[in-house]
Design a binder for this molecule. Structure first.
Ligand code: FEO
Length: 178
């Protein structure tokens, strides 16, 4: 059974994960509008990953005697000055999310909630990977600078990214139960 503080904290974090998905979707359409379809593809998959992060957290709440609550999701930024501006935003955003996850671990520790502390370790590790991957992309885009050919090469490379929804986190997980 989750305490009210842990339940509330998990609901707020699930909301931030959903906001992350919304933010990356906004970036995906920004890149589509400037015809950088590889970057748009990368962002769309990133939005999918964030949706998995959201659902995993809401499912944990529901499976542990809590109540998953949908909170309002704010509108993300609509446009960016350049690809570099957008990827800087990704990197900064992921650092903020890392801070939020660590703060949530502290709440679970104060509540002596071992299952939630264990559960959140997945997010702690995931954030290390998210910061590393956004840093890698940011460095690539920075190195390309104003060079159109180098930017197009980075765009092609990011267009090769693959992602599959893990089993159990499909968008329509109930389809086979009907
Ligand atoms: Fe789920 Fe990128 O934080």
């Amino acid at each position: 059974m989750l305490s009210v503080k842990v339940n509330d904290g998990l609901n707020v974090q699930a909301n931030r994960e959903l906001y992350s998905s919304y933010l990356y979707l906004s970036m995906s359409y920004y890149f589509e509008s400037i015809k950088m379809l590889g970057f748009a593809h990368w962002m769309r998959l990133q939005a999918g990953e964030e949706l998995v992060h959201t659902m995993k957290m809401l499912d944990f709440i529901a499976a542990n005697g809590g109540r998953a609550k949908m909170l309002p999701v704010e509108a993300p930024q609509f446009t960016w000055a350049s690809p570099l501006d957008a990827f800087k935003h990704v990197w900064e955003h992921e650092r903020v999310v890392t801070g939020l996850i660590h703060a949530l671990v502290k709440v679970a520790e104060m509540e002596k909630d071992d299952p939630t502390i264990q559960f959140l370790q997945w997010y702690v590790k995931e954030q290390v990977e998210e910061e590393e991957s956004s840093d890698r992309v940011l460095k690539k885009v920075k190195a390309a600078g104003e060079d159109k050919v180098a930017l197009q090469a980075a765009d092609r490379m990011l267009g090769e990214r693959q992602f599959r929804f893990p089993r159990g986190f499909e968008i329509f997980p109930y389809a086979s139960q009907r």
